[in-house]
Write a protein that binds this ligand. Structure first.
Ligand code: SAH
Ligand code: MG
Length: 197
């Protein structure tokens, strides 16, 4: 498995696949262990790098992960197989917006797909969160651009960063969830559901 992880890091570099930063995945794996997380939903598989590492953080951990790009989906399947994790990781080849998970609940939901759609994912998938669960979002700083936009950004990048800024506002103002922001890797947020009063 170690070797496959290194190969995946190499592949990601060569093919420009935006896999999670090391400090961030270490932080998440520690969270999984400390909180005895068993069920994980990941939005945005890419080649399976974070899914494989999260699944390996505990014996009982199971991951469902969603990817809409066929090439990446196939690459992820291959990597999961190489690590013998087929029983613990289910890779779903679909647009997350269309996925139906009725009846399922997760201890941890990891949002890491299109940055412009984070709010949409949060609103949809928070319905599948266990009461003591957490929603973790990656790339919340987006290379330091979030909160630091200037005129040099391309139109697309500017609008994407603006959407992330809106998402952060949405999290801060959300009365149902309490969110903590961490300057780890490319920025992480952890959102916890408030207890009903
Ligand atoms: N979590 C991965 C990296 C994911 S990169 C890791 O850290 O190893 C983001 C991925 O989300 C890309 O592969 C992209 O194809 C996918 N994606 C973007 N929008 C999506 C959507 N609406 N549904 C499913 N996958 C999506
Ligand atoms: Mg990411």
């Amino acid at each position: 498995m170690r070797e496959t992880i290194l190969e995946m890091e190499q592949y990601a570099k060569e093919e420009n696949v935006p896999i999670i930063e090391k400090d961030s995945i270490k932080f998440i794996m520690k969270y999984i262990k400390l909180n005895h997380v068993k069920s994980i939903l990941e939005v945005g598989t890419a080649i399976g790098y974070s899914a494989i590492l999260m699944a390996s953080a505990g014996e009982e951990v199971e991951v469902t992960t969603i990817e809409k790009d066929e090439k990446r989906y196939l690459e992820a399947l291959k990597n999961v197989k190489k690590c013998n994790l087929e029983k613990k990781i289910e890779v779903v080849f679909q647009d997350a917006v269309d996925v139906n998970l009725v009846g399922r609940k997760y201890d941890l939901i990891f949002i890491d797909a299109a940055k412009s759609q984070y709010k949409k994912y949060f609103e949809k998938f928070s319905n599948y969160l266990n009461p003591n669960g957490v929603i973790i979002s990656d790339n919340i700083n987006f290379h330091g651009l979030v909160g630091n936009r200037n005129g040099d950004l391309s139109k697309n990048l500017n609008s994407m960063v603006a959407k992330l800024e809106d998402y952060i506002e949405f999290l801060k103002e959300n009365k149902e969830y309490t969110t903590k922001f961490y300057d780890i890797g490319d920025g992480l947020s952890l959102s916890f559901k408030n207890e009903d009063k």
